[in-house]
Structures are given as structure tokens and as C-alpha cells.
Ligand binder design. Sequence first.
Ligand code: UDP
Length: 243
Amino acid sequence: MLKDYFEKLYTGSQADFFRLADGAMDREERLFVVTANPEVMMIAQATPELDAVLCSDAATIVPDGIGVVRAARGLGLELPGRVTGVELAWELICHAGQTGRRIYLYGAREEVLQALVRRIGTEVPGAVIAGAKNGYDHEDDAVFRDVLEQRPDLVLVALGVPRQELLIARWLDEFDKGVFVGVGGSFDVLSGQKQRAPEIFLKLNLEWLYRIAKEPKRFGRFFRSNVRFLGKVRRIGGLDRRD
Ligand code: UDP
């Protein structure tokens, strides 16, 4: 249920979450991060398997989307702001580089993936790429069999929602360590193939508007899920948080 997602939503700052995730990598713990925006939450409402993943103890949900931050505040949570998938992915890549850890990248188009691998090679020389597979020419479970064999410390999966989360959730128990994040279109941005919104849009919390202006085909999907999201958030009674 939507309410459950907010009950377990991470409410610290992005910097604190970076420390938490970096620490999990250092200590060789297992961490599965779901970066949630209203669309992700609405897809989960319509997809029982994803709903189960979001509600499970295995997944940590962070608010990647100003709609989720605002809704959470409306429900009485004190949230400093967003924890974005694209920034989290880069932070974890850099941390892996500083500590000589192994990274596995799965998803996006081959040229995007190769551009990202090149960028990591030049900007994060300490990072070891344990594997890099595009999201179009491979079978998900076959890739994860390889991931399991490689035992990477960081696994970034860029296939879109819900495929990336369901894949990670299906395999998570097989791993004894690793930070796993479903990062959506982040490889497109981190590789430099797609522009992120200019700073002013980020400051004004209008990244969503920039993305729609750049890709108008997103509008219908965005509008429908956000309107339904707001309606559903309004119907949530009080939260019953564990912390
Ligand atoms: N993608 C993929 N294989 C597919 C479909 C999509 O690897 O069969 C990738 C796509 O190239 C993109 C990412 O998945 O890099 C999803 O991007 P999108 O912007 O749709 O995701 P969002 O950030 O909106 O969740």
C-alpha cells in the first residue's frame, strides 16, 4: 500500500544517505536501494510484485522526486529534500574508486554504457569494472548469474521500473554483499549522452518540467501518475512509522 512506502521512506539528507550507502559498501553489507518518484509509487500500486518489494524489509526507499518529498512533508514527515538516483549512482561509483571496489553496470544502450565506462576510466581510475552489459542484448537472469559470479561491491541496474527492481529483488538473497540500486535513466545522464536539467531547474525543484520539455512523450504518463498519486496521498490517514 502507498502508506507503507511512506512509513519506511528514508528521511535523512542526501549527504547522510551517501554516508550510509558508502558505509554499507565498506563493511561489505548488502543494501538494496529503490529511488522512488510518484511514478514509481504508482507503478507499484498497479504491480503487486513491485508493491511487495517496496514493502519488504529488503528494500530501502529514498525520495527521488520532489512529488514524493512534498507528499511526505504533507503527511508530517520532516524531509530535508531529494536523494536522487543519478547523484547516488555517481557518489557510489566514486566511493568504489577511492576504495578499489568492483562495480557491475547493467542496462542502457551499448553506446551509452561504453561512454559511461570510458568516463569512469578517466575520472575514477581506482574503480574496477567487474562487468558492463547493455540492457538490450542480454537476458536478465543470465546477466545476474554473471553478477553473482563476479561478486561486485556495487551493482547499478538501469533498465527502468519495475524491471530493474524486480530483477534485483529476485536475486538479492543469493548475494552475501553488495550495494544494489535501480537507477532508471541515470546511465544516459552520467555518460554525458543526455543532459541533466540546468542548475536553476534543480534549485527550483523543476527538474520534472525540464525532462517533460525535452521529452514531451513523457507528459501523458507523468500527468496521469502524478494526479492519481496526489489523490491517493490525500486519502492516507496518519502514518505509523517505526522510527
Ligand atoms: N532500457 C534498457 N533496456 C530496455 C529498456 C530500457 O536498458 O529494454 C534502459 C534505457 O536505455 C534507459 C533506462 O533503461 O537508460 C530507463 O530509462 P527511463 O528514462 O525510461 O527510466 P526512468 O528514469 O524514467 O525510470
